[in-house]
Design a protein around this ligand. Sequence first.
Ligand code: ZN
Length: 502
Amino acid sequence: MSTHSLMVYNSLTRSKEVFQPIHPGHVGMYVCGPTVYNDVHLGNVRSFVSFDVIYRFLKYLGYRVRYVRNITDVGHLLDDGEDRISKRARIEKLEPLEIVQKYTVRFHEMMRIFNNLPPDIEPRATAHIIEQIEMVQQILDNGFAYVSNGSVYFDIQAYLQKHPDYGRLSGRKLEELLAVTREELKGVEDKKHPADFALWMKASPEHIMRWRAPWSVGFPGWHLECSVMSTKYLGDTFDIHGGGNDLKFPHHENEIAQNKAAKGVEPAKYWLHTNMLLMHGRKMSKSEGNTITPYELLSGTSPHISRAYSAMAIRFFFLQSHYRSTVDISDEALQAAARGYRRLMEGIRTAEKLQPHPNASDDTPSPLDDALQQLCDAALREMLDDFNTPRTIATLFELTNRTNALYHGKLPLEDVRPQTIDRVRRTLRDFAFDILGLRDETAASASSKLLTHVMDILLDLRTQARREKNYALADLIRQRLAEVGIQLQDGPDGTTWTTSES
Ligand code: ZN
């Protein structure tokens, strides 16, 4: 178990707090997952990368973490009141579950491409209809909901009498909440108040996804599933609830209201929210025409970006900003990130090759040795400060700058203790790969660099053979290389080579 003090910014209290899990040594974390009616947005990928790093770091600190991230496969309504999945099924002429399956598989594939670890439990809303009906009944029994025309609505006014802090998480005043919900929520005629939201919706005859409940044949409201599935797997109050900023209202606000109405307690101790993606400084939106999908960014097919970027360069780019800051997408920023990522990977490989100086011993500290130890401490300290990945990355760069200088003899290797070299290597590996979740995609280019070196040696030997008029050997080298797909071209400036792949 961790003895470090981790600070997290809690959206609920708007302050950084010392992280103290409810059950020492264990962490329960719930993150709102995708609604699987289309491909995951790049902004959502960024959010899931952020929570992946938080999950990885908590595990690194020694906590036993249960990470729950749901799949929304019913109940997420469009502005016109239609279920997103049902609508997509109608358009694509598929069963709703075919839509759900197709986009769940594609979502998982994208998470793998970005090297996000899978959650420990990935519950689906449609597999928890019984529990959702039970929670609606609890809320009704406690007097915070009412039945109207076969639908069940959350009674905001009744709730406010007991819990006047509705709106606390999103920081909205009640008048604002009413103004927004009046436009957003449909079925107003069935509600006592425009701010009331649906817990259970009676299905219209053409609605495909439907279940039998005491009030009607219908389907659950979107907010309900997260209230149900988080507490089912993590307990009535659990440690961390995460999601994108855009989910604060109404989704998370209503989740809190439902949980308190049903169980009388706050569902989560710490609420963590990730910030949004921008494109050239502007909010991405369909109406602005400046959206970009992860597929477009990975394949270089977006009109907003000049070329393709690898998943790890994009992940590195995201992590160069703090999860609570916006990330601004541009070619310049992505290219800088791609270079930075490559530089970090090369630095780590150099550190792996660094061998202690024969004269260095473990009991001769030096200022240089101290500085390296302090940088290793700093990498951890930055992550402990609300998961500050940009400052952690800056520290890793300082470490690789020093190890490069040591490797190339620009800093005195004999001043560094063998145990410090070991710690530097371990810190770079642990933070880059285990915590930041980067993968070394540049390893392939390392082997091609090696090939270049080997070819240089072979060509030197062949030149020497020809100088000594050993043409048989020179031809043998050419012939054997051709057999493995490498062609030599002799020219006035020497010999060049190509492979059949290039
Ligand atoms: Zn949710």
